[in-house]
Design a protein around this ligand. Structure first.
Ligand SMILES: Cc1cc2nc3c(=O)[nH]c(=O)nc-3n(C[C@H](O)[C@H](O)[C@H](O)COP(=O)(O)OP(=O)(O)OC[C@H]3O[C@@H](n4cnc5c(N)ncnc54)[C@H](O)[C@@H]3O)c2cc1C
Length: 459
């Protein structure tokens, strides 16, 4: 049998790579993991974690407004961007350090530098040299996609830079309609920045339930965000007073920062995949089977670089399934059905299962239960509304979609996902006694089927 330096070489120390490397090393395998930037990957360094801190920071503005109606006086409240950045960066450094220690404690070797494949068993690491491995795991994640040919694109930032702006802008134009765009729109709006959110599609959050999409767009506008749909940038021009965004519909908008959140692409550039014969999908992701194995027998890939469901817990579970299959003797594939997700927009969204449109396509007849109401928290002030929606397969009576927009929706959806993963029916769901007074109780008290306006008029 051929002799290799390692049993496993992992490229990329983010969510998926770190989980796989740790588990494999703990099983007694000789493991190395390469990282070109900072250990922790997108989630810890420039994704979920710093983003959530920014959401928390920005939510205070809304709390302060609401607090007045509860009798509080909060005049003179001020936000200090550099002070916030310092605290955030300290915590990110602490978390990254924990990841490094966990890898070391498990016995995995950390190699700092960009790694590329030289052949199916050889990895070249910048400034370190070539190492061989029996098995190789690609866990290099994704990166922001940019329209490289757009005039003035060099003036735009992405989410990577948004975490380190030297100062808060007065005005920002955010281009994009995905979850990262709406989250940053809420963040900057909460921090007092004038926000324009521009998206080329007919509505935000493609892929989410249509009621959720239109509800969120209305709520964002109530919070003061200008939402412009059905157009896109044709150019960005720098002027003495700022950046002028030019749009396809002819209008222009000046701002201090232009941020592009136009999607992410698998990070495969310079990886040498062609040298090892690893195939990509038409969209440029590493093509893998249900066990995350590529077309090359000893090379696997997990996480965003495979472009399946691009979320941290999914990357972790794919990395875990790989390590269990290859190093713990338990062939395991991660089931990508019923993965719950959250959008930390303001108000936030929790969603699991199918949208109404997708459910109708897959199951034909579905029953819809829907409630729109003013959350109790805002009883004294404002006109914010929450949305709760269940999609039920009429034949099996299983709950196949649950969508919530409103306070604490991300916390609620984790619990709903447990029941739905177990195949809960609507009558079992309804047998659950409410927790009162909560917004979540509305989920178990919706008894009347919702008839969409157009169908109701016909009936
Ligand atoms: C702004 C933002 C907010 C997000 N918010 C959420 C959220 O709220 N919830 C959620 O679940 N997900 C969220 N995500 C998505 C989440 O961060 C990713 O799904 C997750 O990090 C993917 O993990 P991964 O292991 O595939 O890749 P990553 O975490 O991206 O890790 C890949 C690592 O590989 C390294 N690398 C790449 N190429 C090489 C190379 N050739 N050599 C050495 N090292 C290399 C990179 O530097 C990186 O550290 C967010 C993403 C962004 C950008």
């Amino acid at each position: 049998m051929a002799q290799y330096d390692y049993d496993l070489f992992v490229i990329g120390a983010g969510s998926g790579g770190v989980r796989a490397a740790r588990l494999a090393a703990m099983s007694g395998a000789k493991v190395a993991i390469a990282e070109e930037h900072r250990v922790g990957g997108t989630c810890v360094i420039r994704g979920c974690v710093p983003k959530k801190f920014m959401v928390y920071a920005s939510e205070f503005a809304h709390h302060f407004k609401t607090s007045k109606s509860y009798g509080w006086s909060v005049e003179g409240a001020r936000f200090d961007w550099p002070a916030f950045l310092e605290e955030k960066d300290k915590e990110i450094a602490r978390l990254s350090g924990i990841y490094v220690r966990n890898l070391q404690n498990a016995g995995a070797e950390l190699a700092h530098g960009k790694a590329r494949l030289a052949d199916a068993h050889t990895v070249e690491i910048e400034k370190i040299g070539a190492r061989t491995a029996d098995k190789i795991l690609i866990a290099t994640g994704g990166r922001p996609w940019m329209p490289r040919d757009l005039p003035g694109v060099e003036f735009a930032i992405t989410s990577n830079e948004a975490f380190h702006l030297p100062q808060l802008p007065r005005r920002i134009v955010i281009a994009g309609g995905g979850y990262i765009a709406v989250e940053f729109a809420g963040i900057f709006n909460g921090l007092g920045v004038e926000v324009t959110l521009v998206h080329r599609g007919p509505n935000l959050l493609r892929g989410f339930d249509d009621d959720v999409r239109s509800h969120l767009a209305e709520e964002l506008e109530k919070r003061g965000i200008t939402v412009v749909l059905a157009t896109q940038h044709t150019a960005i021009e720098k002027t003495p007073s700022g950046l002028v965004s030019k749009f396809a519909d002819g209008h222009e908008r000046e701002s201090d920062v232009v941020m592009f959140c136009l999607g992410r692409e698998p990070y495969v550039e310079g990886l040498g995949l062609e040298k090892a014969g690893v195939k990509l999908t038409d969209e440029g992701a590493v093509a893998v089977d249900d066990y995350s194995r590529s077309n090359v027998e000893n090379i696997w890939a997990v996480g965003d670089v495979t472009d399946r469901i691009n979320l941290t817990p999914v990357a972790i579970r794919e990395g875990q399934a790989f390590a269990e299959s290859e190093f713990l003797g338990r062939p395991t594939r991660f089931d990508h059905e019923m993965v719950a997700s959250a959008v930390f927009s303001q108000p936030p969204i929790g969603s699991v299962g199918l949208s109404e449109a997708d459910a109708r396509k897959r199951y034909g007849k579905v029953d819809i239960y829907l409630a729109r109401l003013k959350p109790m928290k805002y009883a004294f002030h404002g006109d914010e509304r929450a949305l709760l929606k269940l999609v039920v397969d009429a034949a099996s009576e299983k709950v196949i979609g649950c969508h919530v927009v409103g306070p604490d929706a991300p916390e609620m959806i984790q619990m709903a996902a447990i029941a739905m993963k177990m195949g809960v029916t609507k009558s079992q769901w309804d047998a659950t006694c409410a927790v009162h007074p909560t917004l979540a109780e509305e989920l178990v008290t919706m008894r009347e089927k919702h008839v969409p306006m157009s169908l109701g008029q016909v009936a």
